[in-house]
Ligand binder design. Structure first.
Ligand code: SF4
Ligand code: SF4
Length: 226
């Protein structure tokens, strides 16, 4: 098995956009990625990272007709990428393919996908009115309406929003973190920022108890998973 030298890893890590997807050329077809994929393990319909990533990309470059909707099952957890000995950006390849080929004509379900995938936009709109939004989305009539129109199953509950954002709470309430001996940067993600502040608050408490200061990144952008 070919080991990737540190210099190659740095070169791969510094790639952007289209160039990331070209890393499929480094694939040596060892299938290690498929062994590590939790989705392939749990869902027989998902062919796995090798087939959806580097193998599929070669075909999609020939013709977009080779794009398969099954790619939507990838959760972008990136376990395949950390396992790959050749530095192939498998998760990025799959996410880029979905962005490029997975678009559908405008309909109620594409509107739903737009709402659910723009977490920053809709999180910012919903958090100031969190109690009202939460109350509305738990009503059985609203759930039934969503089931029959935008196909959000009425057995499912949408995540609740918190009032305000975690970032605002951090700025207002967290004491100066530079007093701690060691420092870390915390990527809190959309869920902590808009839905459940307590995860981030508890994380800061634990870190501070271990004499570690928690700094937020100057700006966070959605990781793209939704
Ligand atoms: S993408 Fe990486 S881990 Fe997967 S088959 Fe290719 S070389 Fe192996
Ligand atoms: S990123 Fe996608 S393909 Fe890779 S391990 Fe996670 S679910 Fe599987």
């Amino acid at each position: 098995m070919t080991a990737v030298r540190p210099a190659e890893l740095i070169a791969v890590a510094s790639l952007h956009g289209e160039e990331q997807t070209k890393t499929f050329e480094n694939c040596i077809k060892c299938t290690v990625c498929t062994v590590y994929c939790p989705v392939a393990k749990a869902n027989p319909e998902y062919p796995g990272p090798k087939q959806c990533g580097p193998d599929g990309e070669r075909l999609r470059l020939k013709s977009p007709e080779f794009f398969d909707d099954v790619l939507k099952l990838c959760t972008n957890c990136k376990r395949c990428e950390t396992a790959c000995p050749s530095g192939v950006r498998i998760g990025d390849i799959i996410a880029s393919a979905r962005g490029k080929h997975g678009r559908k004509p405008l309909s109620l379900t594409t509107a739903r996908d737009f709402v659910l995938s723009h977490t920053d936009l809709f999180g910012s709109l919903a958090t100031p009115f969190a109690p009202i939004v939460n109350k509305l989305t738990e009503q059985s009539l609203v759930k039934k309406a969503m089931h029959h129109t935008i196909q959000v199953h009425d057995h499912k509950s949408l995540p609740k929003y918190s009032h305000g954002t975690f970032r605002r709470w951090y700025k207002k309430h967290v004491a100066d973190q530079s007093q701690y001996r060691r420092q870390i940067s915390y990527f809190h993600g959309c869920y902590v920022n808009y839905n459940d502040h307590s995860v981030g608050q508890n994380f800061i408490r634990v870190m501070n108890a271990m004499n570690i200061g928690v700094q937020l990144l100057e700006r966070e952008k959605c990781c793209g998973v939704p």
